[in-house]
Write a protein that binds this ligand. Structure first.
Ligand code: ZN
Length: 308
């Protein structure tokens, strides 16, 4: 069984304006990462647009309408301090949702062993009814709900190693013990949430790291907190909110992870998925704003996903 990659040209057509870190060139960096010989056997699939029905499982229709209405015919619209949309942004966000849900379909049907979704905009800051932090729809959360609603999976674990806390995912599943949300992130840092004391219905596990922490601290936290939480939860599916902005080169965070750390964490989660849920793992791109760091980190992550 293979690793499938979802991509689509529309992900590079979501424009955010000059100087914005969450920029189309991120997609070129991901493509460059996956051009190498080592990725010849990666099964490449074009994302399809996700359904509104899938989106409505996490975001109210009124919120979705608001984003659609705010979409400009050309130029840019700023919907909060750092979240900007252009003519193709709504379509890009819907394709990101579609790809994440297709990824779930694939790992449930056995069409793929695991999946990497190379999409933008990212999603983990999008709360039920608030777009923020470059995010419109929370595709990792929507994919989890899709797995439950469409495939009848009961328990979904979302693991988020983006340098920022996924306040949106935490908000959506705050009182829902059927979804485990585990996050490592730098704290203090945007968006300000993610303290260890925020535990929801016992299904939220926040593992804050400190500025300048590196691979040792990350791996210790992963081993001591993240992996036991997953082990105790026994998920039917693992979803990764794979942000690569904890990389040492990244301008938006001050953690010092390397490609080797992302490779290691990927292997850890694959082992958890192998033990509990027949390898079912869907990884969705979140942040990662240094193009070189993003490129090398994605390469390490996907290479690991492809190993047997
Ligand atoms: Zn981030």
């Amino acid at each position: 069984m293979m690793t499938r990659l979802y991509h689509h040209p529309v992900f590079a057509e979501h424009l955010t304006g000059p100087g914005h870190p969450e920029r189309p060139a991120r997609m070129a960096a991901v493509e460059a990462a996956l051009e190498a010989e080592a990725f010849q056997n990666l099964d490449r699939a074009l994302a399809t647009e996700g359904s509104l029905e899938a989106v409505y499982r996490c975001h109210p229709a009124e919120y979705v309408r608001k984003i659609a209405k705010a979409t400009p015919e050309d130029g840019l619209t700023r919907i909060d301090g750092d979240t900007v949309i252009s003519a193709k942004s709504f379509s890009a966000a819907l394709h990101a949702v579609g790809a994440a849900c297709s990824g779930v379909d694939d790992v449930v049907s056995g069409a793929a062993r695991n999946v990497f979704v190379a999409s933008r905009p990212p999603g983990h800051h999008a709360e039920r009814a608030t777009a923020m932090g470059f995010c419109l729809f929370n595709q990792a959360a929507i994919a989890a709900r899709h797995a439950q609603a469409v495939h009848g999976l009961e328990r979904v674990a979302i693991v988020d190693w983006d340098v920022h806390h996924g306040n949106g995912t935490q908000d959506i599943f705050w009182s829902d013990p059927s979804v485990l949300y585990v996050s490592t992130h730098q704290m203090p840092l945007y968006p300000g949430t993610g303290a260890e004391s925020e535990t929801g219905a016992g299904n939220i596990v926040n593992v804050p790291l400190r500025e300048d922490d590196g691979g040792d601290e990350f791996r210790d936290a992963f081993t001591a907190k993240v992996m036991p939480a997953i082990r105790n939860f026994h998920p039917d599916l693992v979803i990764v909110s794979a942000g690569f902005d904890a990389h040492h080169r990244d301008p938006l965070g001050s953690l010092n992870l390397t490609e080797a750390d992302f490779d290691w964490a990927t292997a850890q989660l694959m082992a958890a998925a192998a033990r509990d849920c027949g390898d079912r793992l869907v990884s969705v791109l979140e942040g990662g704003y240094d193009l070189k760091g993003l490129e090398t980190s994605v390469a390490a992550h996907v290479k690991r996903l492809m190993t047997g």
